[in-house]
Design a protein. Structure first.
Length: 443
């Protein structure tokens, strides 16, 4: 996501590089470029205007500050103002003092409500040992109920449904009673959407709201829809007074407009972002990390957190040492592959690393789970020496390995190439390059 915006913002600020002093004309030109970059990324017009005004005002005084050069200061200001535009801090889920906490989803058809219900339930289950109940209140499409049932089975969470013949408000009422009976600590209500906001939909949602007094009304919006996502958010917020937003499909080719506009336009926080179709692909929204990501500094903090969740810290330390001593071998590679499989697709992970977002090499990295068995077979056909010293793998050794494991030589070569890419990536991580700003300014 955001490739275009990232590139343009970086370009806007590169012009300032190496300047000891920023003239009024330089600054004006940079601001013009930033404004165009944001508008092109489909950021709301008012948001752009306010943003540029703040950055400009703060940048005027930039040359008098010590420590950073003017260009670095402006990058820092842009980063901070982007963060502010998206809300400063992560906002946690509202919780009820007595169970159940009620979370109601709202949003247009296809925004990702049903998927998000599943993702959020799984997150709560994992992080709090929660026992959620999902309520199927989208009765207009029979497939919607099946879909929620499928999601429920997948994450092993119960679903309350009464088919499509009962009124949704009635279903929710009965579902709430069921949750009370079963002492569920969370109730997640999947509601219907329409292609466009209409009164009937809003009335139904209002009735469900009135009945359940939800702790959260999460509006699910598709980040791919840019400016429309913002208008949708305004419409739903006016009718329902939502408590937060979930921005989905950030894994796709979005331009950034929704992420950057929704908070300021609705004054409601983005609480989560959906970054894939898998049930695991829901993350807490951190404005500062998103700002760094938009600026192309890489979402290294998110990556570290993700790694820590799924990966033993001691192991990570050992790995860092191996990287430093250059003793990272195929045995470690195998371990890593298994860890990364647990985290999600490799290409998604790689995109979070500074400098990787726009890396064309990324297109070649594609780790299909079923390939893992083949990779294992290849590695098992290596000698112990080769596994620990991959530089030994000359063409004749590669041919021998290929024969030994019964995989084509191209596949062996590809695997070794992937290994080297991974080693590269690990190197970048273990060098802990947190100073993305310096990297970006090239000094
Ligand atoms: P609903 O109509 O609002 O309930 O939307 P669904 O939950 O049925 O989602 C619509 C489509 O979007 C489905 O194909 C989902 O798999 C997909 N989807 C939902 N969230 C994400 C996301 O974060 N990333 C991607 N790539 N797809 C998503
Ligand atoms: Mg749905």
């Amino acid at each position: 996501a955001f490739e275009g915006l990232t590139e343009r913002l970086q370009k806007a600020m590169r012009n300032l590089r190496g300047k000891g002093k920023v003239s009024e004309a330089d600054l004006r030109e940079t601001m013009r470029e930033i404004r165009l970059a944001l508008l092109e990324a489909d950021v709301n017009f008012t948001v752009v205007r306010n943003f540029v005004k703040r950055v400009q005002e703060r940048s005027r005084g930039a040359e008098v500050l010590e420590g950073l050069n003017p260009a670095q200061q402006i990058v820092k200001i842009v980063n901070e103002e982007l963060t502010k535009t998206m809300g400063e801090e992560a906002v946690p889920l509202n919780k009820s003092e007595k169970i159940p906490t009620v979370i109601m989803m709202a949003g247009l058809q296809g925004a990702g409500k049903t998927t998000t219900v599943g993702k959020l339930a799984l997150k709560l289950k994992k992080e709090e040992n929660a026992r959620p109940l999902l309520i199927a209140a989208d009765v207009y499409r029979p497939a919607a109920i099946d879909q929620l049932e499928t999601v429920g089975k997948q994450i092993d969470v119960p679903v309350f449904q009464q088919g499509t013949d009962v009124n949704p408000v009635e279903i929710v009422r009965n579902g709430m009673a069921k949750a009370k009976e079963d002492h569920n600590d969370y109730v997640l209500i999947d509601t219907a959407g329409r292609l466009q906001i209409d009164e009937a939909l809003m009335d139904e949602l209002k009735n469900i709201k009135e009945l359940t007094h939800p702790d959260e009304i999460l509006l699910v919006v598709d980040a791919m829809t840019g400016q429309n996502a913002v208008n949708t958010a305004e419409g739903f917020n006016d009718a329902l007074d939502i408590t937060g937003v979930v921005l989905t499909k950030l894994d796709g080719d979005t331009r950034g407009g929704a992420a950057l506009s929704i908070r300021e336009v609705t004054q409601k926080p983005i609480k989560f972002v959906g970054q894939g179709e898998k049930m695991e692909a829901l993350d807490v929204f951190h404005p500062d990390r998103m700002a760094s990501r938009i600026l192309g500094m890489g979402d290294i903090l998110s990556l570290i957190e993700k790694t820590q969740n799924d990966y033993d810290e001691k192991q990570a330390k050992e790995l860092a040492e191996k990287m430093q001593n250059n003793t990272f071998g195929f045995e470690d590679f195998l371990d890593q592959l298994e860890q990364i499989q647990k985290m999600g697709p490799l290409d998604e992970i790689m995109k979070m690393i500074p400098g990787m977002a726009n890396n064309p090499a990324l297109k070649n990295v594609n780790m299909d789970p079923k390939d893992l068995e083949h990779i294992k077979a290849i590695i098992y056909s290596m000698t112990y020496e080769e596994r620990n010293n991959p530089d030994l793998l000359n063409p004749s050794r590669r041919r021998r390995i290929s024969r030994g494991c019964g995989r084509p030589i191209q596949e062996v070569n590809r695997m070794i190439k992937q290994f080297n890419q991974m080693k590269d990536m690990m190197n970048k991580m273990s060098n802990g390059n947190m100073s993305g700003m310096e990297q970006m300014m090239g000094n």
